[in-house]
Write a protein that binds this ligand. Structure first.
Ligand code: 3PG
Length: 307
């Protein structure tokens, strides 16, 4: 019986695991669960006889791919697939997929929650500010960016966006002002919410040139990836601008240093938790399980991200 391995260092909610296992078993496959594993070696051993693999942010590097003797498909239950070595997968004819949009609402809600948290001085009891009437710049207008714009509209924020890959009309249809460049977005908006993926083009791209031109009272919210931030620039901006604040769902490598120097101006979640809701786990996990079954049964390659 073909084996489907669900490997998650950060486990899905139990309700999601139950539904995923049912879909896989009802499809006639063996369901194997590897949760909270302690080392990469555990994944390397578990994947050896798996026909399909479902993961979250788990690292599927060349070593894992090489160890996967029977693997035909890996599905990242979520949006970002920067944790999969796509070249290695393609080299072995393994299909890689994600489940776009399935956990976006959870991430969008967290982004707005972080904005409120920073506007209210991390709930320290002092007098904060409101979001109403403030400018919000959405950097990349994909599934999450679009939902952030919708929720921010409820807060009466003035919403702007920059995304060179999305048509202006698509953005403007939502009542969002579309800007021409990242520079323009950062110059215009007091709040910036990051929704760019981590790739060759974006790694380290959020730099001093962008952060230093943000208006007075600048707040940067990162529910995307830590790799998109140039951390040297980040430190420099913190040092130069006493008004600059940063909240991130992914602690930077220099988190301890920043926390120590600027405790009131930065906040990092202890573990990436943007998509960590029962609803997002169910949506993304179930979608991943269905995609695995559809691929193994019918060769359905919708959502394939490698060539
Ligand atoms: C994603 O890319 O889908 C999000 O960053 C969520 O990642 P997670 O599954 O590790 O929580």
């Amino acid at each position: 019986m073909p084996k489907v391995l669900v490997a998650t260092v950060k486990p899905f909610a139990p309700t999601a695991v139950k539904q995923i296992s049912e879909i896989i078993q009802n499809g006639g496959y063996e369901f194997v669960l590897l949760e909270k594993y302690g080392s990469q070696d555990d994944l390397v051993s578990a994947v050896a006889d798996a026909d399909a693999l479902i993961i979250r942010s788990d690292l599927v590097d060349r070593e894992v791919i090489q160890a996967a003797g029977k693997l035909k498909i890996v599905v990242r239950a979520g949006a970002g697939y920067d944790n999969i070595d796509l070249d290695a997968a393609s080299g072995k004819g393994i299909v890689a997929m994600n489940t776009p949009g399935q956990n976006s609402n959870a991430v969008a809600e967290l982004a707005l929650g972080m904005m409120v948290y920073m506007a209210r001085n991390q709930f320290d009891g002092s007098s904060g500010t409101e979001l109403r009437g403030k400018t919000l710049g959405i950097h990349a207008y994909g599934y999450v960016g679009k939902l952030v714009s919708k929720i921010a509209g409820g807060f009466d924020m003035d919403v702007y966006a920059f995304d060179p890959y999305i048509d202006r009309e698509v953005i403007e249809r939502d009542g969002v002002i579309c800007l021409e460049s990242a520079k323009q977005l950062y110059e215009t908006c007091q709040y910036i919410s990051l929704h760019i993926p981590a790739n060759e083009e974006t790694r380290g791209s959020i730099n001093h040139a962008l952060l230093s031109v943000m208006p007075e009272g600048a707040v940067l919210i990162n529910t995307a990836r830590k790799e998109v931030i140039d951390e040297v620039s980040l430190e420099k901006v913190f040092a130069e601008r006493p008004d600059f604040r940063y909240a991130s769902d992914i602690a930077p490598d220099n988190a301890a240093k920043l926390k120590d120097a600027y405790p009131d101006r930065c906040f990092f979640t202890p573990k990436k938790m943007g998509a960590q809701t029962a609803e997002a786990n169910i949506n993304a996990g179930v979608a991943a399980a269905r995609q695995v079954v559809a691929f193994l049964e019918e060769g359905d390659r919708t959502f394939q991200v490698n060539k």
